[in-house]
Design a protein around this ligand. Structure first.
Ligand SMILES: Cc1cc2nc3c(=O)[nH]c(=O)nc-3n(C[C@H](O)[C@H](O)[C@H](O)COP(=O)(O)OP(=O)(O)OC[C@H]3O[C@@H](n4cnc5c(N)ncnc54)[C@H](O)[C@@H]3O)c2cc1C
Length: 411
């Protein structure tokens, strides 16, 4: 049985561990942080495709239980007028649709689920170096900051946007790109926006984009994307939630939407981040090493798809390793199956993360176009997102991988 070393115990790492385990590999996860799920701030959405990926490894239930479903998106303009609504469609059947949850909760439940399946997760193990095997020795040796090392047949880098494995595969790999937007997240227990459970409200404000949902417990979860220079680590560390509030509230005061009041009603639970993406990583694998999730291809959070893409990666890599005769062909097939899809998601996220605030005329044109778009039935454009061969039981062939196609196994 091949031994897989998985570097990173985030979304991609834990899901890949479970998928490879299901495909029959011997798997261990090495996570840099000493404990799981300590990311205090942000929340995210797992799309219907991400939930479908989880269904392939029987892991939807803990994720659904840790969050709440979103069944529609409502877009409004700066005057609070509704531009249109769209269902956030699921795939039907047993697979639930979009789910909204705290990032830390997603990490926590995925790690717990992997551990419950007997997959070891070693915390406090930060990968620092990799040695590709010499003749007769193990294919790969991973060394950690604690001085220890382990050997395996393959090493999967699921170590996020600032991936060490990406640079070990290719020291000249593209670094993350600042999109020109900052993003702020907050939780407002006392805000009382217009009712609307299971709705993702998106508001195109005069100065910035605002989004919110209301949790089943009545807490308002909101985010803002604002064009601006990249925040330095020092600026992020020293700025208090009250100072962020006093910068953000005036951006929405002229809008006739609930945004300013929701931000004003937020206490300490307010977090600022820079929006990065990662297009154009040319080498996803070298020898026994391969990268998945944000380590290979990060989309702006505006895409709402980073976590779902990481979950899809896990399934497609496991199927490739299961179905193809050797590791090299499996890695090639995996890349062919994934690259154009994630590129499309990254492009879509970048379009939503433009570093410029539109002026009055640009806003009017943009909102008119959106009204026209929303007046039509839901576009087939999103079908490509949901129509993807994640099904565990279909087999992958190298020839077909080019066309992102699969064939059914013989009965
Ligand atoms: C603020 C914000 C909001 C977002 N909102 C959304 C959203 O709504 N929907 C969505 O789908 N996506 C969203 N995303 C993107 C999503 O969070 C990422 O795409 C997703 O987390 C990628 O998962 P990952 O496992 O590849 O990376 P990560 O979640 O970053 O996990 C990487 C893991 O690797 C570990 N690690 C790093 N280096 C090492 C090392 N050297 N050795 C060992 N371990 C290491 C880290 O500690 C971490 O646990 C958002 C991202 C941000 C930053």
């Amino acid at each position: 049985m091949d031994r897989a070393l998985i570097v990173g115990g985030g979304i991609a790492g834990t899901a890949t561990a479970m998928a490879l385990h299901k495909a029959g590999l011997d798997v261990t996860v090495y996570e840099a942080y000493p404990s799981g799920g300590d990311d205090a701030g942000a929340f995210l959405t797992v799309g219907a495709n991400g939930m479908a990926a989880l269904a392939q490894i029987e892991a939807t239930a803990p994720v659904a239980e840790a969050g709440f479903p979103l069944t529609s998106l409502e877009l409004s303009d700066a005057n609070g007028k509704r531009i249109g609504t769209r269902p956030l469609a699921g795939l039907g059947g047993a697979v639930p649709a979009y789910h909204h949850l705290r990032r830390s909760d997603l990490y926590r439940v995925l790690q717990a689920e992997a551990a419950a399946r007997g997959i070891p997760i070693e915390h406090g193990r930060r990968l620092t170096a990799v040695e590709i095997g010499s003749a007769g020795g193990p294919p790969v040796r991973a060394s950690f900051a604690d001085g220890g090392s382990v050997t395996g047949d393959l090493l999967i880098g699921a170590d996020g946007l600032r991936s060490t494995v990406r640079n070990l595969i290719d020291p000249a790999a593209a670094p993350p790109r600042y999109t020109g937007q900052r993003v702020f997240y907050g939780y407002a227990p006392e805000a009382s926006p217009p009712p609307g459970q299971e709705v993702l409200h998106m508001i195109r404000g005069r100065k910035a984009a605002f989004g919110y949902t209301v949790s089943p417990g009545g807490e308002t979860w909101w985010f803002v994307r604002v064009p601006g220079a990249e925040l330095s680590p020092a600026e992020r560390a020293r700025t208090t939630p009250a100072e962020w509030r006093s910068l953000l509230v005036p951006l929405f005061r002229r809008d006739r939407t609930p945004a300013a009041d929701i931000i004003a009603a937020t206490g300490e639970a307010l977090l600022a981040d820079n929006v990065h993406d990662l297009p154009g990583v040319t080498a996803w694998h070298r020898g026994p090493m391969l990268i998945v999730g944000d380590a290979a291809h990060a989309a702006s959070p505006a895409s709402g798809q980073g976590a779902s893409m990481a979950l899809e990666d896990a399934i497609m890599l496991a199927k490739s390793l299961r179905d193809l005769p050797d590791r090299a062909r499996a890695f090639t097939a995996y890349e062919r199956l994934r690259r154009s899809r994630v590129d499309r998601v990254i492009d879509g996220g970048a379009r939503l993360s433009r570093p410029k605030t539109p002026n009055l005329i640009e806003r009017a044109i943009r909102d008119r176009r959106a009204r026209r778009r929303y007046a039509r039935p839901a576009p087939a454009a999103r079908d490509w997102m949901l129509d993807y061969p994640l099904d565990w039981d279909t087999r992958i062939t190298l020839q077909e991988a080019d066309r992102t196609a699969v064939e059914r196994p013989a009965p």
